[in-house]
Design a protein around this ligand. Structure first.
Ligand code: MN
Length: 197
């Protein structure tokens, strides 16, 4: 099968108090699992069955007859990417090559943080906020629902899930506080650096 549910690389309680074990139990164990299971059912027996998620979303994006495939496969990929953007005792100022690029393209880490937070807060309804690389330049991007930069040939470096299921158990309606905590305490900058091309 093309889609798999990856194990988390950290214990589910290791990001507390910023993200609870309960949130991971639902977000990884139920929501992400459902995208994987539904996606696999939808691609079974089709030309997409043995293709990787990135190829699938590039092929079906914009095709309304394949919206269910796009939504489930893109969400399966987005979540696998999102878990890798996190680590216990992460966040705060970046390290490595991405630190210089953030300085150059946003002016400062604080300005980058403000733009990422603003993208997540202003995404109406469900979606994702991203740090992406376009050519040599880093930019902030937001996508609605399942949409993902990889469907549009854009290289993602970092994402934060702003669907309510990502934060409601821990923050209720306080999406800005969730994004702030993600930036200050959770981002895995080693992973972000590894995504630079
Ligand atoms: Mn999610």
């Amino acid at each position: 099968m093309a889609l798999t549910l990856p194990d988390l690389s950290f214990p589910t309680n290791s990001l507390e108090p910023y993200i609870s074990a309960k949130t991971f139990e639902f977000h990884h164990g139920k929501h992400h699992k459902a995208y994987v299971d539904n996606g696999n059912k939808l691609i079974a027996g089709t030309e997409f069955e043995n293709q990787d998620p990135e190829s699938i979303v590039k092929k079906v994006v914009g095709d309304t007859s394949k919206a269910a495939i796009f939504n489930n496969v893109a969400q399966a990929w987005n979540h696998s990417f999102f878990w890798k953007c996190m680590k216990p005792k992460g966040g705060g100022a970046p390290t490595g090559p991405v630190a210089q690029k953030i300085q150059a393209d946003f002016g400062s880490f604080e300005k980058f943080a403000e733009e990422l937070k603003n993208a997540g807060v202003t995404q109406f309804g469900s979606g994702w906020a991203w740090l992406v690389q376009k050519g040599a330049k880093l930019e902030i991007m937001k996508t609605a629902n399942a949409d993902t930069p990889i469907a549009h040939g854009i290289n993602p470096l970092l994402t934060v899930d702003v669907w309510e299921h990502a934060y409601y158990l821990d923050y209720q309606n306080r999406r800005p506080d969730f994004i702030q905590a993600f930036i200050e305490n959770i981002i895995n900058w080693d992973f972000v650096n590894s995504n630079l091309k």
